[in-house]
Design a protein around this ligand. Structure first.
Ligand code: SAH
Ligand code: SF4
Length: 366
């Protein structure tokens, strides 16, 4: 299969263009079409000679994800289901900034992207892992989610606005750290001034706690933000809902987080879904506060989003508030997220699972 055009490095492209006898400026011109003007096909690169477009088409695939379904509207959380070249489905979620909450302009958006088809980590509460893991996403499939969204939203941009997405969170389907190399290459393109040009501080990686990869990321120069899906403050509770905790128990995970914080001098976030009767009790508040203080981390409490077929529930509002107040009283920086998109299966993996099961009602797709 031909390499994808959206995964070549500028050096690789430059070398290829040089070999074809193209002038030096062509490389920037092509990158400009791909990432700044964000074309949906080679034909749209109208100031590139037709012969060159032909050559590019013969040497590379132009393969952006195809939009299979969109849920939600322009000013709410919107969920995209993509069909990839091999027929696999993945999701991205576009979330508008809440001006009342963050004081940001309301035209700012955060995009949540997927990194794998399915997930091998099998957290008990999560839809993404329910049918297991299928494959890693390729570099262009990660970058492609952002580009395809921008293309889809082009008509909605207001005067002077050149793009929809300002923030990126790697919190969609899959475990980003288990697709480390492809993700890093994709983020290089997303972050680069010649690429999508989203600042490293506007990119957050979320992980269920793969300690070795956290250490690896700590030793690299990138300034991405890190979020840890904690969901349990003791090994006993965490291992019950997140099998990964048996491999990297809390002391190991926290050591890796400490390396990250030390290397980057940045605050990390603990994501903590509140699940009724599982991790929302008083017994978790003290240990959670201790970890947060040790790491200077902030805690983001998220009421559990119901997943069809799973028995877990979100606690009532009073329990959520009690948990939050418990942390605040211990001096922890904590917020309780009234998450958006509750009504459109916004938690990762849910829409894909639903459609997969409609398409393959007999069982799991191969
Ligand atoms: N695999 C990575 C990133 C994807 S999951 C990770 O686990 O961090 C992104 C976030 O969505 C995680 O914090 C995950 O725990 C959370 N999540 C999964 N299912 C959820 C649900 N039903 N309700 C609320 N959050 C959920
Ligand atoms: Fe995978 Fe993250 Fe879901 Fe766990 S929470 S199953 S690691 S996607």
């Amino acid at each position: 299969m031909l390499p994808s055009l959206h995964s070549v490095t500028p050096t690789g492209l430059q070398d290829q263009l040089k070999a074809w006898g193209e002038p030096v400026f062509r490389c920037n011109q092509v990158l400009d079409w791909l990432y700044r003007k964000r074309v949906g096909s080679l034909e749209e690169m109208y100031n590139c000679p037709k012969a060159l477009r032909q050559r590019l088409g013969d040497a590379y695939r132009f393969a952006l994800p195809r939009c299979q379904q969109v849920q939600g509207s322009a000013d709410t959380t919107r969920k995209y289901l993509w069909r990839l070249e091999d027929g696999a489905l993945v999701e991205s979620v576009l979330i508008p900034a809440n001006p009342a909450l963050y004081g940001e302009a309301s035209d700012r958006h955060t995009l949540c992207v997927s990194t794998q088809v399915g997930c091998a980590y099998g957290c008990r509460f999560c839809a993404s892992g329910l049918d297991g893991w299928k494959r890693n996403l390729e570099v262009h499939e990660i970058v492609g989610q952002l580009l395809a969204i921008e293309i889809h939203c082009r008509e909605e941009l207001s005067e002077g606005q050149d793009r929809k997405v300002n923030n990126l969170v790697i919190m969609g389907m899959g475990e980003p750290m288990a697709n480390y190399d492809n993700l890093m290459k994709a983020l290089d393109i997303i972050n680069a001034p010649w690429g999508c040009h989203i600042g490293a501080r506007k990119i957050t990686l979320s992980t269920s706690g793969l300690a070795p990869q956290i250490e690896q990321l700590a030793s690299q120069p990138h300034q991405y933000r890190l979020a840890i899906s904690l969901h349990g403050a003791t090994d006993e509770v965490r291992s019950r809902i997140m099998p990964v905790n048996r491999k990297y128990p809390l002391p190991t995970l926290m050591q890796a987080c400490e390396s990250y914080v030390r290397a980057k001098g940045k605050m990390i976030t603990f994501e903590y879904i509140l699940i009724e009767g599982v991790n929302d009790g008083d017994d978790q508040i003290q240990p959670l506060a201790r970890w947060a203080q040790q790491l200077h981390a902030k805690v983001n409490l998220i009421p559990y989003n119901h997943v069809e077929g799973l028995r877990w529930k979100r606690p009532d509002v009073a329990t959520q508030e009690t948990f939050l107040q418990g942390l605040l009283q211990l001096g922890v920086k904590a917020t309780l997220r009234r998450e958006k998109g509750h009504d459109i299966d916004a938690a990762c993996g849910q829409l894909r699972l639903k459609v997969e099961r409609e398409e393959h009602p007999q069982g799991h797709p191969s």
